[in-house]
Design a protein around this ligand. Structure first.
Ligand code: GZL
Length: 354
């Protein structure tokens, strides 16, 4: 199955149809995707695209990765390393331990090493203007992978393209599934459902968009977000926050919406330690679709997962090869993603690649 869509397309997932689009400009919460004109990337590189190195030297890519905070991130790193290896690129890799200042240091090091391309998975959306201008001044094409950047002037000319995931759509699809399946979840006769939201890293595009998507979709519904706190996309912090909620609000928590599976798995541990049944006494839905989440759904501890594909390595390599060959690339491409309810998990698990 083609993993990425450059044009608006309809992908039928297990429970709903998603629509995908290549859109111009930086990522913004997607309205209902309409056929999108492919916006040609105004490459931040010099007018002539980088040719493959004349001496046949390997293409050198500097990749500023966020860290290793989740199963998703580990799978994303593996996908990019393997794809670059297979393509014969020299990959200079940096793990920033989820700190923006480390990513900025890595980018400056890549500039000093005169790499051919820089790939950045930005831990947060803002604070990049200065260093991305330094990249443009060095005439090194910049490719955003995964998360999004918001510049102070709102422009998107400091990067050639973004190979990412549609976080807003993931949130809409998950919230829509919850509303559509309120009876299956045992919420039919409840006038109000108390939702506790485990947010991702504060200021990250993934957390901003998944939070806005849920709020927009649940507006005027019985699903009321009672508390919302960041677990920074990690299992440990997800467990910690859930423990604190169980201390203060045990018996009031109907549904946990976790911005990623790792925080959901941490919450599951906390709920079990409190003598309650996750997925039964407290329903849980999350985003990513890592193996651990499928196993939790099969065990009846997690109720539904919206996929966010980390397998962006091949698309990154394809994009770099296109740029090296002087081709135009779309300004934004999204991975194709689905929604997986617990009753489909066992059938789907064997086909999962991460
Ligand atoms: C989403 C990605 C998020 C994942 C988390 O594309 O940025 O970061 O949802 C990961 O698991 O930590």
């Amino acid at each position: 199955m083609k993993m990425f869509s450059k044009l608006t397309s309809l992908a039928v997932a297990l429970t709903m149809t998603l629509s995908l689009a290549a859109c111009g400009g930086a990522a913004k919460p997607a309205e209902t995707a309409k056929p999108a004109e492919e916006k040609k990337a105004e490459a931040a590189a010099p007018a002539e695209q980088k040719k493959e190195d004349k001496a046949g030297k390997k293409i050198v890519v500097g990749f500023a990765q966020i860290g290793a905070e989740s199963e998703w991130r580990t799978a994303n790193t593996k996908s990019i390393k393997e794809a670059c290896e297979k393509a014969g690129f020299e990959l200079k890799f940096s793990d920033a331990q989820q700190k923006q200042e480390n990513q900025i240091k890595a980018i400056r090091s890549f500039i000093a090493q005169k790499v051919d391309y820089i790939a950045l998975a930005p831990v947060v959306e803002t604070g990049w203007d200065t260093v991305l201008k330094e990249v443009a001044d060095a005439k090194i094409p910049l490719i955003l992978v995964d998360r999004s950047v918001k510049t102070s002037d709102g422009k998107d000319d400091l990067w050639v393209t973004r190979v990412g995931e549609n976080f807003y759509q993931e949130g809409v699809d998950l919230a829509t599934w919850v509303k559509t399946n309120e009876e299956k979840l045992g919420f039919k006769d409840k006038a109000a459902v108390n939702v506790y939201q485990l947010e991702g890293t504060v200021g990250s595009g993934a957390a901003v968009d998944r939070g806005k998507a849920w709020a927009d979709t649940m507006k005027d519904s019985k699903f009321k977000t009672v508390k919302s706190q960041t677990g920074d996309f990690t299992r440990a912090k997800g467990q910690e926050v859930m423990e604190s909620w169980l201390k203060s609000d045990k018996g009031k928590i109907d549904l946990v919406y976790a911005h990623n599976d790792d925080m959901a798995l941490g919450a599951i541990s906390a709920i079990e330690a409190a003598g309650l049944k996750p997925g039964v006494d407290i329903k849980i839905v999350s985003v990513d679709g890592v193996k651990g989440a499928f196993e939790a759904m099969i065990a009846g501890k997690l109720n539904c997962v919206a996929e966010c594909s980390p397998l962006t390595g091949p698309k990154l390599v394809e994009t770099i090869n296109d740029l090296a060959a002087g081709k135009q690339v779309p300004k934004l491409t999204y991975a194709k993603e689905g929604v997986f309810p617990a009753d489909k998990a066992a059938e789907v698990l064997p086909s999962r690649q991460y």
